[in-house]
Design a protein around this ligand. Structure first.
Ligand SMILES: Nc1ncnc2c1ncn2[C@@H]1O[C@H](COP(=O)(O)OP(=O)(O)O)[C@@H](O)[C@H]1O
Ligand SMILES: [Mg+2]
Length: 370
């Protein structure tokens, strides 16, 4: 049976909001009907960065106001998406809203992952049933709460005769290893920083939100000694299940690990790009040596230099997810539409082997539409 869902995603990059309206024809076929992207204003981006800074002291009033403001922005983008696509709200089964991560702390004694953007406002203003707060049920079941996209990757990208690896390069990078044997458990985890370190470094030195096409990184020289020093960070040695966030991989992390005055800024950028590329390729070689095809999604695919470094460090073809029907900028938002469908149908959304949960669970809270 065919059903329409909307997925809403805004990731650790703090670049903006992705909204995807999709039709699920059956469990495996997905068709994008419409897509809308709303970049965050610089002012909002700065506010979000301040509120989600690991060392921030936040007033509850500001926190609550941001939750409300984001709820309205999410509702706005959905109403825009629907009016442009000329589809009535009543035709949509549900919205899956990831929310904006303010803090992800899955490993402490009292673990949590906090996403905001009030789903009550989304449901009220769109009239559409909204599912949100996907990560905390997995954490309650003993998991990392992340990554949650591997179940969707498995549903749409797995292949009976090809070993594939899906790499999502957002602020943080995560991989999903899909063996060609359906009975084999999917492996998936955050490999570490995706774009976040490069974004923050170029922001600091050149006041740009990101290194377009990786041109600045490419202008510098990779310092392999420096990269090896950064790779000593214990996160890279940790066995999965594991997940991380921008509270860990940040400008502070760079300063803690590098005496930055010893290097040219562009050489650090080149080295950070190499670090992202090779922590991804190291993970593929270690956990999925049989990989025959790597599919990339997330904003990092637009960084040509990063892609070049990934290709140079692998011995199999590297392609965009577009090769198998989903534009790389749409995958994560569509994944949250899919997770909403799972939950609405009382189906589980996490993969316990990926998140480390003690069981697969139905994710998210449901906020009824009209
Ligand atoms: N043209 C480009 N060149 C290089 N990097 C880009 C380009 N476009 C987007 N990016 C990177 O992609 C990031 C956004 O990716 P996205 O998948 O939305 O991440 P997140 O899920 O963390 O929001 C930007 O912050 C930037 O680092
Ligand atoms: Mg984004």
């Amino acid at each position: 049976m065919s059903e329409l869902y909307i997925g809403l995603m805004s990731g650790t990059s703090l670049d903006g909001i992705d909204a995807a309206l999709v039709e699920f024809k059956d469990d495996y076929r997905v068709q994008l009907i419409a897509f809308e992207y709303q970049p965050f204003s610089d002012a909002l981006k700065n506010q979000l960065a301040a509120i989600s800074d690991a060392n921030a002291i936040i007033f509850l009033k500001d926190y609550g106001a941001m939750d409300t403001q984001l709820g309205h922005l999410f509702a706005d983008i959905i109403n825009t998406l629907l009016s442009k696509a000329n589809i009535p709200a009543a035709a949509i089964k549900a919205i899956g809203s990831h929310g904006q991560t303010i803090f992800h702390d899955p490993n402490s004694d009292l673990p949590f992952s906090l996403q905001i953007g009030d789903p009550n406002i989304i449901a009220e203003r769109t009239g559409i049933t909204t599912i949100a707060d996907f990560r905390r049920r997995d954490i309650a079941a003993g998991g990392q709460g992340a990554p949650l996209v591997p179940a969707f990757h498995q549903a749409v990208f797995s292949h009976p005769s090809e070993h594939r690896c899906i790499v999502n390069i957002g602020g943080i990078a995560n991989i999903t290893i899909l063996s060609n044997t359906a009975s084999e458990a999917v492996i998936g985890f955050d490999t570490g920083a995706g774009n976040i370190l490069m974004d923050q470094w170029i922001q600091k030195h050149r006041s740009l939100n990101y290194d377009a096409q990786g041109a600045w990184a490419k202008s510098g020289n990779i310092n392999h000694e420096l990269v090896n020093q950064l790779k000593q960070d214990p996160y890279f040695q940790l066995e999965p299940a594991k997940s991380t966030g921008k509270e860990y991989f940040s400008l502070d992390w760079i300063y803690q690990n590098i005496k930055v005055t010893d290097y040219l800024a562009e050489d650090i950028q080149a080295s950070l790009c190499y670090l992202t590329a090779t922590t991804i390729t190291d993970a593929i070689k270690k956990y999925a040596p049989a990989t025959e095809q790597v599919l990339i999604c997330g904003g990092g695919i637009h960084n040509d230099y990063l892609l070049q470094l990934i290709e140079e460090n692998l011995h199999c073809p590297v392609s965009s997810t577009e090769l198998y029907g989903i534009h790389p900028d749409h995958v994560e938002a569509i994944a949250f539409a899919w997770l909403a469908k799972q939950s609405l149908h009382h189906l589980t959304g996490n993969l316990k082997e990926v998140t480390g949960a003690n069981r697969n669970v139905i994710l998210g809270g449901i906020y009824q539409g009209k």
